[in-house]
Write a protein that binds this ligand. Structure first.
Ligand SMILES: [Zn+2]
Ligand SMILES: [Zn+2]
Length: 340
């Protein structure tokens, strides 16, 4: 029987259509097998072509005497301009702010043919360390209200460049979607005195059915009211509102967790297109007891169609419990942690 389920955080309803249920294998999108070279002479992110990007802002290792493993550069085709002073105008019903913002690119590896799912934990850790450094740097800028760190992998996820990279966008406003989630979390905290995320993680750990893996610092799970198949969430076990508060030991653990989850998706669903986002409190809510940062990984296995666009409600054809069980079973190298 189909079932409607409500998302605890967003209050959005989703239809879990078990009648139309598909086996995970049915969702595999067949990619054309193509050979990708580790170095592409025309790629601006390949080593030797550093002059084709705007000047580098961060790199690891930091020393210029060794070759880089990860670098952060301004996006040459930035959606927003960092040299502006944000100014707001209100004219009758119309509100605008000039296009101030920051748009950076993180080149995750010198190897053009690499996938994050197949990198070493150390390499993924370096990517996360660059995220954290830049995140904390930009959080101090009073012009910036919201920072979004994300990765697009594959065509369906919106990638324009093949070389493994992720992006960071800083905006002078908090988006309506993020504001609404903060308000939901705040009213839950006011009513129950608990972080809504800590409560949910605790319940999921007790029930186990939607847990994919657990490590010393993180729990990975499918949400009860997951909107799309195999959407996978990584929550820190320690309450933290901001990603910028992650410790060194937690970064190492998160690197292992992200690499393992991406590897499970890569192996189990044959390199699906996906987006991941680090969803963290805006700087005005740093230290908040009501908000809890996390990573969402959304494989792009299905397309939004008329019903989703018209109703704001999703139809998910894979039971979150079945997706979790499937991912627990996919064996990948060096995956430790309960249920891995
Ligand atoms: Zn390249
Ligand atoms: Zn919490």
């Amino acid at each position: 029987m189909p079932e409607l389920r409500q998302n605890f955080f967003t209050k959005e309803w989703v239809i879990i259509a078990t009648e139309r249920a598909k086996r995970p294998e049915d969702l595999v999108v067949q990619h054309e097998a193509k050979e990708v070279a580790p170095f592409v002479p025309t790629c601006p992110f390949c080593p030797g072509n550093e002059s084709q990007t705007p000047p580098e802002l961060l790199r690891l290792p930091a020393s210029k005497s060794s070759s880089w493993q990860v670098r952060l550069v301004p996006n040459r085709f930035a959606a927003l301009a960092r040299e502006l002073e944000p100014s707001r105008t209100i004219h009758r019903s119309r509100r605008t702010i000039n296009g101030f913002g920051v748009h950076d690119v993180i080149v995750e590896t010198p190897d053009h043919s690499q996938f994050m799912a197949l990198m070493s934990d150390t390499q993924v850790g370096d990517v996360l360390r660059i995220y954290k450094t830049r995140y904390n740097e930009l959080s101090l800028d009073p012009r910036i209200a919201q920072l979004t760190i994300f990765k697009n992998h594959g065509h369906a996820a919106g990638t324009s460049l093949e070389h493994p990279h992720s992006q960071l966008v800083a905006t002078p406003v908090i988006s309506h979607q993020v504001r609404e989630r903060l308000q939901q979390a705040l009213s839950h905290y006011d009513e129950y005195g608990d972080c809504i995320f800590c409560q949910m993680v605790q319940e999921e750990l007790e029930e186990q059915t939607r847990i994919v893996m657990v490590t010393p610092h993180f729990a990975v799970m499918e949400l009860f009211a997951s909107a799309t198949p195999f959407s996978t969430y990584i929550y820190p076990l320690r309450h933290m509102a901001s990603f910028g508060d992650i410790s060194g030991a937690e970064i190492n653990d998160l690197a292992h967790v992200m690499r393992t989850v991406l590897a499970k998706l890569h192996v189990g669903l044959k390199n699906p297109d996906f987006n991941y986002t680090i969803r963290t409190a805006p700087s005005e809510c740093f230290g908040a007891k009501y908000f809890h940062w996390y990573v969402s990984i959304i494989p792009r296995l299905t397309r939004m169609a008329g019903f989703e666009l018209g109703s704001g409600m999703f139809i998910n054809t894979v039971l979150p419990e079945a997706a979790a069980a499937f991912l627990r079973e996919v064996k990948v190298e060096n995956a430790t942690g309960a249920g891995a």
